[in-house]
Design a protein around this ligand. Structure first.
Ligand code: TYD
Length: 205
């Protein structure tokens, strides 16, 4: 069996955790071995990097981009690639598109350079499928307010989130075959079914 790499992307609070665990449960029922990943912080080293990124003082934009890339490099080398080589399905919360959307569109670094940095870090690994849970900024603020507790990046102004959202939509438009863009305000069950359908088609290939 060939491995499959599925990533979930979207703004904070768009429902990535819910949908990625629903997909992982379904894949397990199908008899697949699922490796669940997240960035930043999917490895022990990544946990330390995550602390630096989310709870420290201001991090210069290029330093931020490099820290996310370092986390990614280690995660890909030690968890994602070995799993794919075993034939497992890797379901991951966030990957390189997060860097392009947040550090590129959000923090006004050059998106292509940020993408190239991540491709260098991952030795060119792209997901087979990227599910983009698209959430308008006003819905996002509402969801986060009800979840309590804001980390540094979550406290950024709404226009930052709008830039990130636009960045994601541009990425999806540029690679329509890799992306499945879904309106995150739709019912959880409906979204889960559509994601399963797409993954089932990839597994059948
Ligand atoms: P995450 O733990 O996924 O937070 P949430 O559950 O709120 O979505 O990600 C933490 C933050 O890191 C999130 O605000 C997005 C940001 N991020 C980047 O800016 N660049 C990246 O490359 C990644 C992976 C995440």
């Amino acid at each position: 069996m060939r491995g499959l790499f599925v990533t979930f992307e979207g703004g904070d609070g768009a429902g990535k955790t819910t949908q990625s665990s629903r997909l992982a449960d379904w894949l397990t029922e199908q008899g697949r071995t699922v490796v669940f990943g997240r960035e930043p912080g999917g490895t022990e080293l990544g946990q330390a990097i995550r602390e630096l990124l989310l709870h420290g003082d201001h991090v210069a934009p290029r330093a931020e981009a490099l820290l996310y890339a370092a986390d990614r490099a280690h995660n890909v080398a030690t968890r994602v690639r070995p799993a794919l080589e075993r034939g497992d399905v890797v379901v991951q919360d966030r990957y390189l598109d997060s860097s392009v959307a947040y550090q590129g569109a959000g923090r006004v670094l050059d998106g292509q350079q940020v993408r190239d940095l991540s491709l260098w870090a991952s030795e060119g690994l792209l997901p087979d499928l990227t599910v983009l849970l698209d959430l308008p900024a006003d819905a996002l603020t509402h969801r986060l307010a009800h979840r309590g507790g804001f980390d540094r990046l979550e406290s950024e102004a709404a226009d930052f989130h709008e830039r990130v959202r636009a960045g994601y939509l541009a990425l999806a438009a540029a690679e329509p075959e890799r992306f499945l863009v879904l309106d995150a305000t739709r019912a959880v069950d409906e979204l889960a079914a559509e994601i399963r359908e797409r993954v089932a088609a990839l597994l059948a290939d």
